[in-house]
Design a protein around this ligand. Sequence first.
Ligand code: ADP
Ligand code: ASP
Ligand code: MG
Length: 420
Amino acid sequence: MALVVMKFGGTSVANVERIRNVAAHVKREVDAGNKVAVVVSAMAGATNQLVAWVNEASQLHDKREYDAVVASGEQVTAGLTAIVLQSMGVKARSWSGWQIPIETSDAHGAARILNVPAGKLRASLDAGEVAVVTGFQGIEPESERVATLGRGGSDTSAVAVAIALNADVCDIYTDVDGVYTTDPRIVAKARRLPKVSYEEMLEMASSGSKVLQTRSVELAMGHGMRTRVLSSFVAPADMQPVSLDNLDTIGTTVCSEDEIVEQQVVSGIAYAKDEAKVTLLKVADKPGVAARIFGPLADASINVDMIVQNVAADGDATDMTFTVQSAELPRALAVLDAAKSDIGHFEVKASDGVAKISVIGVGMRSHAGVAARMFQALADKGINILAISTSEIKISVLIDAAYAELAVRTLHSLYGLDAD
Ligand code: ADP
Ligand code: ASP
Ligand code: MG
């Protein structure tokens, strides 16, 4: 017998018919004697609709009220899933974030989970129920207001619940049957990775592979929670129930690096189209200027990703280029404008028609030349590189968004990732 957390994303619960399919996956596990906690997302498109309504009401809205609205999508699917399970003869109960309570920080709209008490969930499982938990939401204990975890946050809810319950595995059911070498919707030749290390998955997620929310991978890595990505679109009867000796036969297992025997130099290619580039022209080249530019951005909680500073040709003024999330661009420009007297003279150029392409693999630690081959391959296709950043196991380049898919396909072939 195993204790399993099963998370179902938006397309898996897109309507009541799909929720019946989800319930059949859950029933398979219950019938096999496994204990199950379910975490659900909102129906596909529901959260986008809620966000659009909030923005229509007011662009400059109170983040706490944003959360009050957007958290509602998951409540609908949690209740419906419990109802459908009950109708199939499976004992089930729904739980909202505040009931457990899933305690979060006060960063409304992008809150972090701080604590998940296991008591009520464990009691529910011990009573023979399936506990169906709303993903994406928790409660900020001080104000007792609902807080959401950022887009894609149900993955993080699932991993946090799995850790709280000390589950044997956290299964993330979605619309693809695993983590691929790149987004299978962009590259038909992408290959499923049977296993991927926490470190690589973390770099892939934070570089734009939204199959798992970055924070969920961080949590899983920190607690060694075995996490699998599986498809809910496989017929429930065609899947074996979870047993502790057949865990790694389907989907993708996210696990520790030393479990992976045949490690490639490059494991995956990620891309992010939601980046915007800001260039400050003719800023003074003297100590303290970078701090005066990036300090106010940090104070405004704007994440800066890549940074490039040119050498000052005349020893006097230089250009500084950096990237932020497209959605943050208007705020970033406003913050820079407000800091103008501190920063001194500059002219600003901004565009959001850029994409970040990242090559990821733990093999880079021991293999030289991965970056050089990348730059040459992009040059051969006439793709100009606007900025570069690296980590120990990742190289990212910023390019014109129009070339994003060409670049991903080119690099996927270059590193031998194409399926036969
Ligand atoms: P859910 O609604 O189930 O949370 P998401 O849309 O958040 O699903 O994540 C699944 C999607 O992630 C897939 O449909 C796929 O297009 C995309 N994706 C991006 N990169 C990858 C990758 N490397 N492997 C698998 N899927 C990926
Ligand atoms: N429903 C939320 C979203 O669309 C959370 C999730 O799906 O994980 O972002
Ligand atoms: Mg998702």
